[in-house]
Ligand binder design. Sequence first.
Ligand code: GLP
Length: 241
Amino acid sequence: MHILTFDSHQKLHESGAGIIIGMVQTNPRAVLGLATGGTPIGIYQEIVKSYQQGIVSFKDTTTFNLDEYVGLPENHQESYHNYMNTHLFDLIQLQRSQTHIPDGNAADLEAECQSYDKLLEQAGQIDLQLLGLGHNGHIGFNEPDHALTGCTHIVELREETRKANARYFDSIDEVPTHALTMGVGTILKAKMILLIVKGGDKAEIVQRALKGPITTDCPASLLQTHPHLVVLLDSEAGRLL
Ligand code: GLP
């Protein structure tokens, strides 16, 4: 595990973007696993800048997102479809055929999970999986539990997760209760994992995830078993390491 701590968000964002851009420059056909949430926005902004400067092209790249809310219309401000279009896809001219996000409005959600896994299998291994970290140790929407699921599945969101994400909605009642998420098995199969965490409110969970016991009570702790994990932290998030 490589842990890099930054005293400036700008440097953290440039470093994270640099790793992703470097991967696509070396392998234009790279398969990228992408994340949402507040954390990766600065990294996406740096990627867009490099794209606009002609430093990198994504025309042969394929992407798979970690998760999506169940029942939120695709064009809802807070859907992860809308998030990705707004922060990245439309700005680097990724075509719809190159990008994949689970459909949280599918009539048959179980079938949607299976077909998402089939698409992942057809694409081969994810070359780089970008991850954020939930306050309770969730990755994607894999919540702490007595057991975790390997493949894409429907998950009931924990109250603390809905509360944490309520800041993006008008009220907590509007935060969906369920989501579709890639499983930890798929996440851990990626060739490289890039975990990004910012803020002192996550210092404790960073410590548990990276140095604590490996347990399904903290899904991110499973990342300790990955042979190629790179962690980028700001100094507040890394203060207990
Ligand atoms: C969300 C997402 C995760 C994200 C995490 C942290 O619920 N499903 O993929 O990493 O919670 O979000 P944030 O970066 O906004 O703190």
